[in-house]
Design a protein around this ligand. Structure first.
Ligand SMILES: [Zn+2]
Length: 414
């Protein structure tokens, strides 16, 4: 067995934790997970995380937005000494009917890595932190990485508090009902100062590693991406009595937008998706009086992504539609030195760029030296019950994360 293989105890701990989480938030009818922020399921996941940390003697604190941080070692003494800790972790929430791996793999692997380090008798020179970010997927309030964005200040407390879920509940109300304090929301410099480096392990959301035949890779950067709302006006009328040339059918603008987005993305080497639509009045026999849809666009170059949106804007202008930017994240590069160091450590692990957003991207954007480790997903599918990683690959991920933390906490150069 190589030094990179998980020991029997680590394997057993990994399996037990994975089994613990298997039923939490599982929807029996779809086979997918519904783990949304500030719900009963979120509560259960937080209790589970706190319990696992307590069982390891790790102190858990909650920051101003509700992200959970566990520490092995004293993070504040390390800040005072000018050598803040090395943090691993990810998130436990899911999209609607998400898979089991996106998020939890990073949290469970972090716990297993701490077990493995202890088993080896490692005494960290810098504290080791484990974070579970709240509301990464934005499944409930529509804004991804809300926990990391608020804590780093890139999402203002006022804007976060006012976000509404599908039932009209604001984030502030949801946090209150959860027993939290929405007034506390805001950038948390104390929590951030403790993070000297952040490494997020995540299941790959594509098949690059599968094609390369490698179980583990390292993130290079996150593509620039954004979200735009497209409002198409129309006029409601009877589907059976209104002549075609007398209609102002908002749905035609939607159709044009979807086709234009696809075409522009193809021409410009980007990705574009229209995945959410609101139609009014929403009757089978009524001509739509308005359609609102959301365009998600991403690509390797910011200018190309902007060009895709401009192309769509030009096409829908013919329908008097309005295109409004709701969110824009510039490209995020992970820390060069840290990334190279990790790739070298992991036998020249391949570097992977990703179009998916992550808390790691938000942390990197806030100036925290950050890196990502990806675990092979043979289906390439994510945000779906088909998301997958073999147990061997998950354990290879644990071993990789263990090696990374071992390397970093023994040396303050990171
Ligand atoms: Zn994720």
């Amino acid at each position: 067995m190589s030094s990179r293989s998980a020991s029997g105890a680590t394997m057993r701990a990994f399996h037990r934790m994975w089994a613990d989480l298997e039923e939490v938030g599982l929807d029996g009818s779809t086979g997918g997970y519904r783990r949304f922020a500030w719900t009963r399921t979120d509560h259960d996941l937080r209790e589970w995380f706190a319990g696992e940390c307590a069982a390891r003697g790790l102190d858990v604190t909650t920051d101003r937005v509700g992200n959970q941080w566990a520490w092995w070692g004293d993070p504040d003494a390390a800040v005072a000494a000018g050598e803040p800790g090395v943090v691993v972790g990810s998130h436990l929430d899911s999209v609607v009917d998400g898979g089991a791996f996106d998020g939890p793999l990073g949290v469970v692997s972090g716990l297993a890595a701490i077990d493995a380090l202890r088993e080896r008798g490692v005494v960290p020179r810098r504290p080791v932190g484990l974070v579970s970010f709240v509301d990464e997927e934005g499944a409930r309030f529509g804004t991804t990485c809300a926990g990391s964005r608020v804590v780093t200040g890139s999402l203002s407390a006022d804007r976060a508090r006012a976000l509404r879920d599908a039932t009209g509940t604001t984030m502030a109300e949801a946090i209150s009902r959860f027993g939290g304090r929405p007034d506390d929301l805001g950038r948390d410099d104390e929590a951030l100062a403790r993070v000297g480096a952040f490494v997020e392990l995540h299941v790959e959301q594509g098949r690059v590693l599968d094609v390369l035949g490698r179980p583990v890779g390292v993130g290079s950067d996150i593509w620039p991406h954004g979200r735009w709302r497209i409002d198409v006006p129309g006029m409601a009328n009877h589907a059976g009595t209104t002549a075609l040339d007398e209609r102002e059918d908002a749905m035609l603008g939607l159709a044009a937008a979807v086709i234009a987005a696809r075409q522009a993305a193809q021409e410009r080497g980007c990705l574009a998706t229209v995945g959410k639509v609101d139609v009014a009045p929403g009757g089978v026999n009524a001509i739509p009086s308005s359609v609102t849809c959301w365009l998600d666009a991403r690509g390797p170059e910011a200018s190309s992504v902007r060009d895709v949106v401009d192309d769509v804007r030009d096409v829908v202008a013919e329908f008097d539609a309005l295109v409004t930017e709701e969110w824009w994240d510039a490209a995020t590069s992970f820390d060069d030195g840290l990334t190279r160091r990790i790739a070298d450590l992991l036998d020249d692990a391949p570097l992977i760029a990703t179009g998916a957003g992550h808390d790691a991207g938000v942390m990197a954007g806030a100036g925290v030296p950050t890196a990502m480790v990806f675990v092979r997903n043979p289906t390439g599918v994510s945000h779906s019950p088909d998301e997958w990683a073999t147990t061997d690959d998950c354990l290879a991920g644990v071993a990789a994360l263990t090696a990374v933390v071992d390397d970093l906490v023994g040396d303050c150069a990171a």
